[in-house]
Write a new protein. Sequence first.
Lengths: 185, 158
Amino acid sequence: MDKGQFLVEALIGLLLVILLALSIFVVFNTIPNVLRYSEESLISFHLNLNYQNILNGISRENFSKFDELIENVEYYFVPTSTGFDIQEGKEEINVRGEKYYVWFQVLKEAIDNDPTRKLLGIFVQTPSFLYNTKLILTRWNMKVFLQENWTIPNTIGPLNVATVNGYYSTKTPNVEATSGKIWLP
Amino acid sequence: MLKQHQERFGYHNKGFTAIEFILYIGIISFILLLTIAIFYAIIFYTGEYYDKTLLRNDTFKILQKIYYNNTYCSSTEISGNSIKFIFNDGSYERMFASGTTLYIENPNGSDRFLSDKLYLTSFNVSTSGKFINIYMKLENKRRTQFYSLTSTIYRWGF
């Protein structure tokens, strides 16, 4: 065997060993990590949107619940037969032996000193990352928001009682709701 | 002594000794076995990864459909294993489980919404107050991997 032939064979052998080592690394290290992060992001997406939906629901049904919460304290939801209760702490979720935590915080009790607008943060802790989403909740009434005949109310105006549904009205101090007149917030 | 050793173990111009040959076969067998094991593992894990990716993608697709529809629908109707999202223009989308798969139905008809390489083993829709909980469990065909989760949505009902 001459020198040249030996060198070429050694080079090809080395190349094959490097290729094998690379493929082993990719298959047993890179791809599992990619899939793991992908799975974690899916669970994070799912938990995050669940919390967004619950927060939106509570914001619409009973916004004053958020007034009782303390800024920068961790809270989580406990399911009940009629909805969800808010409790202090983090919710622990076990997915195939891996622990995930989800919670929310009131980051700002009043945006621009307006307590009817609050900034909340939803946090999901996966085994690898901490995901954080911000959400602004407003004390608004979606039922009124989507009405076709909505106008910005700034005065007491006459209304046809037959077209008025109960939930469009709220009691306002110092305003007497007489027949045919109603205060829109 | 050295000469004797060289005669016994040294290279011979005419061919291999029995020990050299056995050693050669042993080394080659070991390398072959290792290579086969590595390739088998690569093929096995590629299948596992494929199933995992499929499960992840289909779960994401279903979740996204639920959350998206819930944002834009004007009302919902539910039964034990189906949920119907009704939109403002009168159209609708109904997700329902039948057998081991998930279907989606709209005014134009119904179609499969889950890959035929996956099983849907649970799809339960329940309510708690103004919230809807959808519990689902997806499995791969070999039943080696699964996703089970509960999706919570708020019943807007405009």
